[in-house]
Write a protein that binds this ligand. Structure first.
Ligand code: NJP
Length: 241
């Protein structure tokens, strides 16, 4: 309640559910993604001005900065940045889908860094803030076909823990949200049809719901000032690794 939260990748799945849960609890939320029609629809669920939206491609540093600055100019502060945008075009390395490797690095890794670059000066000045990033079980374990995706998520573990250690004195908290399978549109980013259909089936049959992840984010935010939840790793009960 009364928090100002910026969320990237908020046009579907986990980001959308989190925006809805936090706004329903009274937060002011600024949402970004590329599909502006979806963002507009989500903002329209809430009273005028509570949820603001702006088209944002997280691979563009100026667009991420502009999204974060919008929160400060409209609401006067930035309590939480939630770096959530991501994609998962799984493939084996030998397939050499180098363009997909590049996109994962640009969105899942550089997009998060651009978020941190936009928020950190503001949070340092405030001496207060919370950076949350959607990591993954894939930030802890790799399988054939997940090498580059997991690589970006492992990298985020290092970035977020470095941020935590460096900013302890400025009262900036960090949280990684690390889900297993979640029923979202993420499978659509897989170009191989067989792998895409397998992943879709697995997520739809056994996956957590986006709202389960949204509740974990809300829990991390809703802690006393001196309590930092640095990571929440959550799998469907049926998921082994
Ligand atoms: O998937 P989806 P999730 N610039 O596809 C946005 C992680 N995760 O909710 O730009 C800005 O519904 C895209 O928006 P749009 C995963 O790695 C998931 O599952 O309009 N935004 C959409 O809003 C990711 O980090 C599972 O296309 C960009 C959002 O990202 C996070 O959860 C498991 C963008 C993706 O929403 C959210 O994904 C796990 C760009 N360039 C981790 N490119 C899982 N679902 O099983 C994409 O461990 N987006």
């Amino acid at each position: 309640k009364d928090k100002v939260v910026v969320i990237t990748g908020a046009s579907s799945g986990i980001g959308q559910a989190t925006a809805e849960v936090l706004a329903s609890a009274g937060a002011n939320v600024v949402i970004g993604a590329r599909r502006i029609d979806r963002l507009k629809q989500i903002a329209g669920e809430f009273s005028d001005g509570q949820v603001l939206y702006q088209q944002t491609d997280v691979t563009q540093r100026d667009q991420v900065k502009s999204l974060v600055d919008l929160a400060v100019s409209k609401f006067g502060k930035l309590d939480v940045l939630y770096n959530n945008a991501g994609l998962m075009p799984l493939s084996q390395l030998a397939e050499l889908k180098v363009n997909e490797w590049d996109r994962m690095i640009d969105v899942n890794l550089k997009g998060v860094l651009y978020g941190i670059a936009a928020a950190l000066p503001i949070m340092i000045k405030q001496k207060h803030g919370h950076v949350i990033t959607t990591d993954s079980v894939a930030g802890h374990v790799v399988h054939p076909g997940t090498a580059v995706y997991a690589g970006t998520k492992y990298a985020i573990q290092a970035v977020m823990d470095g941020l935590r250690q460096e900013q302890v004195g400025n009262h900036i908290k960090t949280t990684m949200i690390s889900p297993g399978a979640v029923e979202t549109e993420l499978y659509r980013t897989i170009s191989d049809e067989t792998v895409r259909e397998q992943t879709k089936k697995q997520e739809q049959e056994n996956g957590l719901k986006p709202i389960d992840i949204a509740h974990a984010v809300a829990y991390a935010i809703d802690q006393p000032d001196d309590v930092a939840i640095n990571e929440i790793l959550l799998r469907p009960r049926s998921q082994k690794v």
